[in-house]
Design a protein around this ligand. Structure first.
Ligand code: PGA
Length: 259
């Protein structure tokens, strides 16, 4: 894991956008997209680079990490809608190239199998953006998710439903169930970008990065991946015991190496 501590959220967004831009400019690419507040700055930066710098997503495909069960794709809080409104409709993605899970599918088992097959048929994900929940979840893999799990239905914890209530008119409207790529699925992406900003994420980041690999902290499964960049602002890094070590090693890395 490479831990990159940056001064402020805008620096996290720019650094993540740099890695995604480099991937997209290298040729046809498959991006793994996350929702939530965390990646919004990165998406805004990519939209700016599309408008002002000619960055094109016309040759890219994208797969969403997760989706609520029971929300139609037209619902403003469905992740289909969120990713379209916040990112993909503001750049030149071909609409059919943005793939998500159908939380209204009658046969959810068939839907998750279809999604795994679609990711594989696309050649796998080149670069995956991830946020982290206050309980250490990635995607919607809540604590005790199998480290080898595949795309499947999950029940949200009370904590995650409370965390996400701000997006809904009434907390009781937050769905109980979700479809999410599994930790085993996520770990097959070739490069993982785990982003976190703010004090509220500091404990989860410390557990994920410096704690043991344990199902109790699903993000700790990323320690088993060969290429993970953890991009955090000072506040999200504040509980890390080895901050100086991370800053020293990243500061002396050859510039050409990138993330
Ligand atoms: P947030 O959520 O980006 O809205 O903080 C992250 C997550 O739950 O994965």
């Amino acid at each position: 894991m490479e831990i990159v501590i940056l001064p402020a959220p805008a620096d996290v967004a720019r650094t993540a956008a740099d890695a995604i831009e480099q991937q997209v400019r290298s040729g046809p690419s498959v991006l793994g997209l996350a929702t939530g507040s965390t990646p919004l700055g990165t998406y805004q930066e990519l939209i700016r680079r599309h408008r002002n710098g000619g960055l094109s997503f016309a040759g890219a495909e994208a797969f969403l990490l997760d989706e609520y069960v029971g929300l139609p794709s037209t619902h403003p809080q469905s992740y289909h809608s969120v990713i379209r409104d916040e990112f993909t409709a503001n750049v030149d993605f071909v609409p059919d190239a943005v793939h998500g899970l159908d939380g209204m599918a009658e046969d959810l088992e068939a839907e998750v199998a279809r999604y795994e097959a679609a990711i594989a048929a696309a050649g796998g994900v080149d670069i995956q953006i991830l946020g982290i929940g206050t309980d250490g979840h990635v995607g919607f893999n809540e604590p005790m998710s199998s480290l080898g799990s595949r795309t499947r239905i999950k029940t949200l914890t009370r904590q995650t439903r409370e965390d996400n209530a701000r997006f809904f008119g009434d907390p009781s409207e937050v769905p109980e169930h979700v479809l999410t790529q599994g930790l085993g699925t996520i770990r097959e992406a070739r490069h993982l970008l785990l982003l976190a900003m703010g004090e509220a994420k500091a404990e989860a980041i410390a557990a994920a990065v410096e704690g043991p690999v344990a199902a109790l902290c699903p993000a700790s499964a990323l320690q088993l991946h060969p290429h993970v960049s953890v991009l955090v602002d000072e506040a999200a890094a504040s509980r890390l015991a080895h901050r100086e070590y991370y800053q020293d090693t990243f500061g002396r890395k050859p510039a050409w190496q990138g993330l």
